[in-house]
Design a binder for this molecule. Structure first.
Ligand code: TYM
Length: 343
């Protein structure tokens, strides 16, 4: 029952919970665009609304956040003709595949997920069952397309590794070579953008302090103010990369600069080493505004026509469905479900 080799295909997703941060942009969106434009691979990008509801979402806000995220994808350079762009709940195959994977993944695997432990905290008896099962849905998102490459930020690495474990166990249990062992693609200077208030914490949309993050919808003055007020130490920037050791806030600003300027941290240090933050921060603010301003104004423009956004997502969902349906059907057939195939 060996299956044919897997052609390269890219899948990734972002949750429509709250707005997009600079972390989402540099760690994910910007790289999705580069992959679309240069990778020579089929690219599938998903707004994962079913993941979002693992924690409470106000329905009207979820609707708006989904459209706004779609606008963010397009404004950042995702072309819905080149990439498949859609929201997860429109393609039922994700949920159907997730059930099969709930029956493949082991409880012990899920209990090791650090993101669950962080999110559930001391309250783990009272979080939704969905929050616990979430990584199996994420594996389904990826594997229902036989995706081979998943560009993500560092924080999603463990979930992609779990996806590989699920694929391997399914293949092994049923004696097939059906699901690919997907590679996480975690590259560039900004795979872990840190909070502007604490260089040891990830920049996150759920941080209570808005000063800890840059939102893609922030205006130029707000971006400049947040960077000016970002926590730093009193030393100037070092003359070489090794000098960033033990200086998480300085490292974070250098990494952000490098990612925005499409260069390397080495190059940023070569150009700005020795500068005081009073000099470096305004350069970083100018660069951030120059890169982000066009995206946020294009997002606002696109949000004026929600019907057009909905049309794009519907069309993307149709294309996604066409790829997923035969893979789901074959999965059911392998499992032995009557009606799925030629038994
Ligand atoms: P989410 O919505 O939390 O984040 C979306 C993407 O942004 C990246 N990211 C960051 N990168 C660098 N620095 C940061 N501070 C930062 N914050 C977020 C994330 O790593 C991610 O790539 N479970 C996923 C969504 C998902 C998914 C999938 C991803 C569902 N199914 C299938 C890939 C494949 C999540 O919650 O990402």
């Amino acid at each position: 029952m060996a299956e044919a080799g897997h052609t390269a295909r890219v899948f990734s997703g972002i949750q429509p919970s709250g707005g997009l941060t600079l972390g989402n942009y540099l760690g994910a969106l910007k790289r999705f665009v580069e992959t679309q434009d240069t990778g020579g691979m089929e690219t599938i990008y998903c707004i994962v609304d079913m993941h979002a509801i693992t924690v409470w979402q106000d329905p009207d806000k979820l609707t708006r956040a989904t459209r706004e995220l779609a606008a963010g994808f397009i404004a950042s350079g995702i072309d819905p003709r080149k990439s498949v762009l859609f929201n997860q709940s429109q393609v039922a195959a994700h949920a159907q595949m997730a059930w099969v994977f709930n029956c493949v993944a082991r409880l012990g695997w899920m209990q090791r997920m650090t993101q669950f432990k962080d999110k559930a905290g001391k309250n783990s008896e009272n979080v939704s069952l969905g929050l616990f099962a979430y990584p199996a849905l994420m594996a389904a998102d990826i594997l229902v397309y036989h995706a081979t490459h998943v560009p993500v930020g560092e924080d999603q690495k463990q979930h992609v590794e779990l996806t590989r474990d699920i694929a391997a166990k399914f293949n092994n249990d049923f004696g097939v070579d059906f699901f690919p062992l997907t590679e996480p693609v975690i590259e560039g200077a900004a795979t872990r953008v840190m909070s502007l208030r604490d260089g040891t914490k990830k920049m996150s949309k759920s941080d209570p302090s808005d000063m800890s993050r840059i939102n893609l919808t922030d205006d130029a003055d707000t971006i400049a103010k947040k960077i000016r007020k970002a926590k730093t130490d009193p030393e100037p920037l070092p003359e070489n990369l090794g000098g960033l050791e033990g200086r998480p806030e300085a490292r974070n600003l250098v990494n952000i600069y490098a990612a925005l300027a499409e260069t390397t941290p080495e190059q940023v240090i070569a150009e700005h080493g020795g500068q005081q933050f009073g000099t470096f921060k305004p350069s970083l603010a100018d660069l951030a505004v120059a890169r982000l301003e066009p995206i946020s104004s294009e997002m606002s423009r696109l949000m004026e026509d929600p019907a057009e956004i909905d049309r794009i997502l519907r069309e993307g969902a149709g294309r996604a469905e066409a790829i997923a349906a035969p893979i789901l059907r074959r999965t059911y057939e392998i499992v032995g479900m009557v009606g799925a195939g030629s038994h």
